[in-house]
Design a protein around this ligand. Sequence first.
Ligand code: ADP
Ligand code: AMP
Length: 212
Amino acid sequence: MKIILLGPPGVGKGTQAVRLAARFGGAHLSTGDMLRAELKNSTPLGARAKEFMDAGELVPDDLIIDMMKARIVQPDCEKGFVLDGFPRTLAQAEALAEAGIAPDAVVDLDLDDDAIVARIAGRRVHPASGRVYHIQFSPPKQADVDDETGEPLVQRDDDREETVRARLEVYRKQTAPLAAHYQAQSGLPYHHIEASAPIDEVTESVINALGG
Ligand code: ADP
Ligand code: AMP
């Protein structure tokens, strides 16, 4: 199954994407994780992306589209994929369509801003694996360390409150219009899911919407 996960930063796309990829098979493709890996490896792409990510802005379309085009043809995507954080602009959605990649379903997760800020404020990540925790809603077994490796968890640089507000603004202006874009595509199932429930309940709602 080829699934596009839409929704504002912090709504729970990455959390649900891991579960959906496990449930339906296929790869979890997070452009945010891919960019953070480029930064960590000090690649030219990472260097170009950094200033945009630090400011909470979108990385230019051409860079993202090239990165995603190279990733989506890898063998682990043959069985399907869950796109998490891509597309984020109409140009990215059009590039995906032009590459001949048609999603089977779009899932749009929705949450109010105060709840988003609370989710992002408590988010902790294991940088090497991309595993995501929340200090209150999804805590690690032992405070501040990754369950699998015992390595320290960190807070993302762009999860500071002032950057979060900028990211929400960017989402509203540049990404939210994608909902109407996909809703207008006949024959493409579009599911709007209210994501305020606990993690397991949201997973259940999404899997039910996708037909189990
Ligand atoms: P996104 O990928 O959309 O930015 P994440 O999946 O990283 O969002 O989730 C943001 C934060 O909210 C994480 O700390 C995660 O553990 C937490 N979270 C995700 N889904 C829920 C939920 N349904 N209820 C409470 N917290 C959640
Ligand atoms: P995320 O991990 O999805 O919250 O993304 C973190 C940051 O990476 C965003 O704030 C953007 O700066 C950048 N980014 C991730 N995905 C995209 C995308 N599809 N288009 C542009 N920028 C992106």
